[in-house]
Structures are given as structure tokens and as C-alpha cells.
Write a protein that binds this ligand. Structure first.
Ligand code: 13P
Length: 268
């Protein structure tokens, strides 16, 4: 089963508009040198106020896809209304987004997001025609207590509850062990692959084997140009969700380039 890799940059709460614009220019200039068939799917997720400084780059093969796509970092599940500080799927779509990151551990930890909220967001995103990037991952305490697999399996089962097999197939999951985020200490690639295989088996249980074979599952947590080749050489790691190393065009482009060398991607 060949799954086109995704290299996604989560810019988190970084970069004002002029900085986002120049980072985007550095990435888009690089991506524009290649055909979509040569590239992984590239996704960037700026802060909401900088989305207007970036744009998606259409695929060059005649399909309706993009070789570079824009993602929101969060959304609300309601379409509109009295939800101060929130943003809807339609608003993100209107601004040019085709993906939305949900369930990031920073949102779970600092903003008390629950699996139930993440499930509602995933459904709203898919209903709006966008693609959710659903994050999951264990804390160091959970890993040391030996509950990594059961914890993550629970997060995935709840996130996917009530979502059709077709919608699950087009979704993206990012396995991001919390202890590896922003620490410089990335999860051993063999272990990340093991957990991702386990996630794929949970997806099969929830939505069938065909959806499990199609869904793209990324690794995130201190991914750098020096780690990506080993990570991408593993059977079940379909790409990366990158924080720190996505904030500089040089390192993000190097990660894209190294992914190209490893994956002979089909189109879109
Ligand atoms: P770092 O790559 O900075 O560890 O961040 C990972 C992450 O949280 C991406 O969503």
C-alpha cells in the first residue's frame, strides 16, 4: 500500500505576519522547483492572523489537490455564534485552509481539550470538506507506567467515534509523544513505528482494514533534518509533524528534500 507522505509544519504561536511571509516565501520557492509527483504533501500551519500571508500551491498534475496546503492549528465544532476567541471550519476554509490540526497535546494540556471535543472537531472538519490532523501521544509518566498503547488506543477510538470509514481513510493522525515535543529528544524510530502500527490496528478495528491501509499516520516530536531519513525508512511512518524545525526555511526544506529521496510518491 503506497501512501503519499506528508511533511507538515506546525508553526505554533510563532511568527508575526512579515516573518510568516518570509518563511512562506522560502518554502514556496523550494517547493515550486519540483513536480507534485516528486514531493511529499507539504502542509504549513501558521497562526490565524498570518494565514493571509501564505497560500496553497496547486498540484501540477491536473487534479484538484495541492502540493503545498495550509492548515489551521485549531477550530471550533460549531459553525458560528457566541464563542469568543474561537474560529469555525468554514472560516478556515474561507481563509484558504484545507487541513486543521486538532487534539495537539498543548491544547489538551493548557486548554483542557477532551477526547469528546476532539471528536466533535474532527466531525465538523470532515463535514466541511477539510482534513483533520488528529494528534495523540503519551506523557513520560504514562510511558514509564507502561500504559502508552492503551492510552493512545483510547484517544484514537474516541477521536474516530461515529466517523464513516471513508472519512477516516482521508484523515491524518499524528503520533506525538509529549516527552519528545520541543525537547530535542525524538522517539527512537523503531519504537515510533511500533506505536504507529498499533494505531493503524486500532483504526482497522474502528473503520476497517481499507481505511487503516489508507490513513496517513505521522510522527512528531523533535523531528530534524538529521532524524527524518531514519523515521521515513520505517514501514508505517507516513511523514512528520514538525514544530521547531519548521520555523526556518532551510531546515524545513531539508526535511522535505530528504523525504523526497526516500519516498517515490505517487501523485496526490
Ligand atoms: P517539535 O518539532 O518542536 O518537537 O514540535 C513537535 C510538535 O509539537 C508538532 O506539532
Amino acid at each position: 500500500m503506497s501512501r503519499k507522505p506528508i511533511i507538515a509544519g506546525n508553526w505554533k504561536m510563532n511568527l508575526c505576519q512579515n516573518e510568516a511571509k518570509s518563511l512562506f516565501e522560502g518554502i514556496s520557492a523550494f517547493v515550486s522547483n519540483y513536480k507534485a509527483t516528486e514531493l511529499p504533501t507539504v502542509v504549513i500551519a501558521p497562526v490565524f492572523t498570518s494565514i493571509n500571508q501564505v497560500h496553497s500551491i496547486p498540484c501540477d498534475c491536473g487534479c484538484n489537490g495541492y502540493k503545498l496546503s495550509v492548515a489551521g492549528q485549531n477550530c471550533h465544532w460549531e459553525a458560528s455564534g457566541a464563542y469568543t476567541g474561537e474560529i469555525s471550519v468554514e472560516m478556515l476554509k474561507d481563509a484558504g485552509c484545507s487541513y486543521v490540526i486538532i487534539g495537539h497535546s498543548e491544547r489538551r494540556q493548557y486548554f483542557s481539550e477532551t477526547d469528546e471535543m476532539i471528536n466533535k472537531k474532527a466531525k465538523a472538519i470532515l463535514a466541511g470538506g477539510l482534513i483533520p490532523i488528529i494528534c495523540c501521544g503519551e506523557s513520560l509518566e504514562q510511558r514509564e507506567a507502561g500504559v502508552t498503547d492503551s492510552w493512545i488506543a483510547g484517544q484514537i477510538r474516541k477521536a474516530l467515534e461515529g466517523i464513516s470509514s471513508d472519512d477516516v481513510a482521508k484523515s491524518v493522525i499524528a503520533y506525538e509523544p509529549i516527552w519528545a515535543i520541543g525537547t530535542g529528544k525524538s522517539c527512537d524510530a523503531e519504537e515510533a513505528n511500533r506505536v504507529i502500527k498499533m494505531i493503524r490496528s486500532v483504526v482497522a478495528e474502528c473503520a476497517g482494514q481499507a481505511s487503516a491501509d489508507s490513513i496517513r499516520i505521522l510522527y512528531g516530536g523533535s523531528v530534524k533534518p538529521s532524524t527524518i531519513e531514519e523515521q521515513m525508512s520505517k514501514s508505517d511512518i507516513d511523514g512528520a509533524l514538525i514544530g521547531g524545525a519548521s520555523l526556518k526555511a532551510d531546515s524545513f526544506n531539508e526535511i522535505i528534500e530528504k523525504t523526497m529521496k526516500i519516498s517515490s510518491s505517487c501523485c496526490c
